[in-house]
Design a protein around this ligand. Structure first.
Ligand code: MG
Length: 373
């Protein structure tokens, strides 16, 4: 006996549904031949008695096939239905319609029972769910257009810029190449004051809480993916010299900075990284830096306190023309194909987190300086 009410309802509903379906799909020889029926009371208690063959119908007599012994659990219902059909041919149509409605109700109940069952047994997987938010496809920023048209002048620039930053963090902005000119001072204040550090700490704390409440398997297959730039290492010293995102990104200048290997650690991320490793997660560092920067990246990470990662993945020449979303998704897919379960992912760009083979839970670090599709 099944003790689960959802599973029990599902099974009873399916049993009842199939028996009804069999019955109503079978032609009724009594209706076709209009042969007189024995009294109702007699048929209620002898529903399985052999029926007289009729010459006008080639359909086999109903023999309660579901019960060769002749004592179907639905015999009384079947008998009453036949009685109604014998009295009035049109009544059979009503019975069929009512029965179809009953069938629909039972089907709905069965589906609902399946849903309840799934909810009961998959409860452990309801949360956390991966965020799946499509990247914007338009190229015109409505915020920028509004600023050009003078809209929102009644709102202080600082508030407008706070709204712009929030929209960026929520992935609501169209792709952008540099921050709005009027927001240069706002972004600088944000990054160099306590707000940026506080935002980073909140994300790290939430990630840490999630990591600590997640059961890590003994098979060494639970993994956490970290981006590098603006996630583990900070390039603020470089961006301080380039308007904190006001200037268009210059690959050559940035590469020169990377090759110095002097990017400082983000303290809250270093703490999270060590916590995650201590909990037993495999740690994969997945960066958009090119493979040519492998050595300097390793040195920079180690100098800043990051050790013992399981894999550092850099962008190969074949990945150069791919968007970060595609490149990182493909690398995560490879991890999955190797048998890893990606339970956590930390990155400062949505392209670190979205796409396919997404992690069970993603953590978006703030970054108002640049946008990478
Ligand atoms: Mg990054």
């Amino acid at each position: 006996m099944d003790s689960n009410p959802a599973r029990l309802l599902l099974r009873v509903s399916l049993l009842f549904r199939f028996e009804k379906f069999f019955f109503f799909c079978s032609p009724s020889p009594s209706l076709a031949a209009k042969t007189p029926e024995p009294p109702l009371a007699a048929r209620l208690f002898h529903a399985a008695a052999p029926r007289r063959p009729t010459s006008s119908s080639s359909a086999p007599p109903i023999s309660d096939a579901a019960d060769p012994g002749g004592r179907s659990s639905f015999a009384p219902f079947i008998a009453m239905t036949r009685h109604a059909g014998a009295r009035r041919r049109g009544g059979a149509g009503v019975v069929v319609v009512v029965s179809l409605l009953l069938l629909l109700l039972l089907s709905a109940a069965a589906i609902a029972a399946e849903g309840v069952e799934a909810a009961v047994f998959d409860d452990a997987h309801l949360l956390p769910r991966p965020l799946v938010i499509e990247l914007p496809t338009t190229t015109t920023s409505s915020s920028a257009a509004a600023a050009e048209e003078g809209e929102g002048d009644a709102v202080p620039a600082e508030v407008r810029c706070a709204s712009w930053r929030l929209a960026g963090e929520a992935n609501n902005l169209a792709p952008w190449k540099s921050l709005p000119e009027e927001c240069a001072a706002y972004v600088r204040e944000y990054l160099t004051g306590v707000a940026y550090r506080s935002d980073l700490e909140v994300v790290a704390r939430e990630a840490s809480a999630y990591a600590r409440t997640t059961r890590v398997g003994d098979d060494g297959r639970d993994a956490w993916v970290f981006d590098v730039d603006e996630t583990l290492l900070s390039n603020l010293p470089y961006y301080a010299d380039h308007g904190y995102g006001l200037e268009l990104f210059d690959h050559r200048e940035f590469d020169k900075w990377v090759e110095r290997g002097e990017a400082p650690a983000i303290p809250s991320s270093l703490k999270l990284y060590n916590e995650v490793r201590d909990l037993g997660f495999k740690t994969f560092l997945l960066t958009g830096r090119s493979e040519g920067h492998h050595g300097v990246t390793v040195d920079n990470l180690k100098k800043q306190g990051f050790h013992d990662w399981d894999k550092l993945i850099l962008r190969a020449p074949a990945d150069r023309k791919k968007t970060a979303t595609i490149y990182k998704s493909e690398k995560r897919k490879e991890m999955e194909e190797e048998g890893y379960r990606i339970l956590g992912n930390s990155g400062d760009q949505w392209s670190d987190l979205l796409g396919f083979s997404t992690s069970a839970r993603s953590f978006k670090l703030p970054n108002p300086m640049y946008y990478i599709p």
